[in-house]
Design a protein around this ligand. Structure first.
Ligand SMILES: NC(=O)C1=CN([C@@H]2O[C@H](COP(=O)(O)OP(=O)(O)OC[C@H]3O[C@@H](n4cnc5c(N)ncnc54)[C@H](OP(=O)(O)O)[C@@H]3O)[C@@H](O)[C@H]2O)[C@H](O)CC1
Ligand SMILES: [K+]
Length: 506
């Protein structure tokens, strides 16, 4: 797990490290600079490249000057430009500047014309203009500088965060550096994982700068990202076992002549390792599902005057209490029978419930359905579904992913998996998780059905619901990344994600 901090929390932790633990800020700055300099020096042709470091007057600029000094000692061809005045320097940055002056370092203050030439002759540009201290829209010479750097199309390495991205929200404050690589100091910043900031960072690497773990204990809400799938996140496979050992998933999905969602969700659960998948769907889907997924048990229902036949409903109620987890909603429709299924399942089911797609659309119109539920519930809305659930415009959901996911969790006592390019996972009481795996090729029909099946598969195998939610999102994203490797962004479809689940979980 990697920690994600707001810019404000990072500053608080910094201060705490310096003031309470007594680690001098210049020591942290030196560690930061060494880490960044190492990243620059591992470039394959660095002995032939010219590096230009563009520094602001705050501590991000101080990091940049210290990187310059270290590169000089390693015979790298480096030049430094300071944007801003001497009297604006922070204490640490002034120190870095004075050291460089004594060393006769190649350092100049910004001038439009000479800057243009410096950028032109550089191969690599290090962006040290603003870090987490950016506090308002960028204007004037700072804007010119960023325009020139972006226009040059040179390879850009941003220190901590691309200058122009708000570390708390990921918003672009007027204009921002577009980095090829971002070296995050100590921890990910929220602005690096939320959009649009995430796009401006490109490849992100977190480096340790010596902040003690104790110092992180002061923050109110922990946010993490799962980067790697580790064995301890997965269900255990026992040497002596049978299909009963790995749980049963009930998938309530599909509507008249809409069988694809049930198939994808059921197959995804099987590929995640579950022992048995039981599908409940309208009779019209029986033949096709039996031939597509012969491994599944299928219970079907028919209608009488638009309602599910009484004896079929009884069969469904029995199924509800004979499984370990229920996935409800994919392709279900929002007709009256679907609504009945959802209400009855919440009322009679005792096992964890994953509500997706049409299940959420039904709830959006009948919020009371979620009142007083007894079982753990995971909801998996995309921003459109979330907008209907919360009665708020999609743009507000997109701008406030974490807050809205938290609101949903707290209002309805559910685990929320708010699906976006970087999916957010919340619960009323636990830490917040943000997923960084996956890619835009996964914006394809059926990908959501696959996710509900994966999470269901994990819960059925005994993984605790919140852990299953974030682990499922990670597996789904990693499988999507593998699918992209073979099929590319354009050609991949939901089944390709499923096909790669076994590889990811191996
Ligand atoms: N993570 C760590 O533990 C460490 C991080 N370090 C580095 O320090 C920066 C944060 O440094 P800080 O000095 O707080 O902030 P910045 O360097 O990002 O910039 C602050 C200065 O910029 C001015 N400012 C802010 N917004 C604008 C703007 N839009 N236009 C012009 N100027 C702006 C601000 O002025 P104020 O008037 O707002 O005060 C400051 O002068 C962090 O990101 C790391 O890179 C350290 O190395 C130590 C360890
Ligand atoms: K920066």
């Amino acid at each position: 797990m990697n920690r994600i901090l707001t810019g404000q929390d990072m500053k608080k932790i910094d201060r705490n490290t310096i003031d309470y633990y007594g680690i001098p800020s210049l020591v942290l700055m030196e560690r930061a600079a060494l880490g960044v300099a190492n990243e620059v020096m591992i470039r394959e042709f660095i002995n032939k490249e010219k590096v230009l470091i563009v520094c602001g007057t705050g501590n991000n600029g101080g990091d940049g000057l210290a990187v310059g000094r270290i590169l000089l000692s390693n015979n790298v061809d480096v030049k430094m430009v300071i944007v801003g005045d001497y009297n604006q320097f922070s204490v640490e940055t002034k120190k870095q500047y004075e050291i460089l002056v004594k060393l006769n370092g190649p350092i100049v203050f910004y001038q439009e014309e000479s800057f243009y030439h410096l950028v032109n002759e550089a191969d690599v540009i290090v962006d040290a203009i603003f870090g987490v201290g950016l506090s308002r829209d960028i204007k004037g010479i700072y804007k010119e500088v960023i325009q020139t750097i972006n226009g040059s199309k040179k390879y850009v390495i941003a220190i901590d965060i691309p200058s122009g991205i708000d570390a708390n929200s990921g918003k672009v404050l007027g204009i921002s550096i577009k980095a090829n690589q971002t070296i995050a100091l100590s921890a990910y910043k929220l602005g690096q994982v939320l959009f649009p900031g995430h796009e401006y960072c490109n490849e992100i690497k977190v480096i340790d700068i010596g902040i003690p773990l104790e110092a992180y204990k002061k923050i109110d809400k922990n946010i993490f990202t799962m980067s790697k799938l580790t064995q301890d996140m997965l269900p255990t496979r026992k040497p002596r076992s049978n299909k009963g050992s790995y749980g049963k998933v009930l998938v309530m999905a599909g509507s008249k002549n809409m069988s694809g969602a049930a198939y994808l969700s059921g197959l995804a659960a099987y590929r995640t390792g579950v022992g048995l998948v039981h599908i409940v769907t309208p009779e019209d889907n029986r033949i096709i599902l039996q031939s597509q997924l012969p491994e599944a048990i299928i219970t079907t229902y028919e209608f009488n005057n638009g309602c599910i036949e009484q004896n079929h409903m009884e069969k469904i109620k029995q199924a509800i209490n004979n499984v370990d987890v229920i996935v409800i909603g994919p392709g279900l429709s929002t007709e009256i029978d679907a609504k009945t299924l959802l209400i009855e399942t919440i009322k009679h089911g005792k096992v964890p419930l994953i509500i997706d797609a049409d299940g959420l659309n039904i709830i959006a119109k009948n919020k009371d359905i979620l009142k007083n539920h007894q079982q753990p519930i995971i909801v998996t809305p995309h921003p459109g579904e979330m907008s209907r659930l919360m009665n708020e415009p999609v743009q507000i959901i997109l701008d406030q992913l974490i807050e809205k996911a938290m609101n949903m969790s707290e209002q309805h006592n559910v685990i929320t998996v708010l699906k976006d390019s970087n999916t957010v996972i919340t619960s009323p009481t636990r830490d917040i998780y943000i997923n960084l795996s996956g890619n835009n090729g996964m914006a394809t029909a059926g990908a959501g059905d696959v996710l509900s099946g994966v999470i269901g598969g994990l819960v059925a195998q005994g993984i605790e619901t919140f852990k299953a939610a974030y682990t499922g999102v990670l597996i789904h994203g990693l499988a999507g990344d593998k699918a992209k490797e073979s099929k590319g962004y354009y050609g991949m479809i939901a089944r390709d994600i499923i096909q790669n689940i076994p590889e990811v979980m191996k």
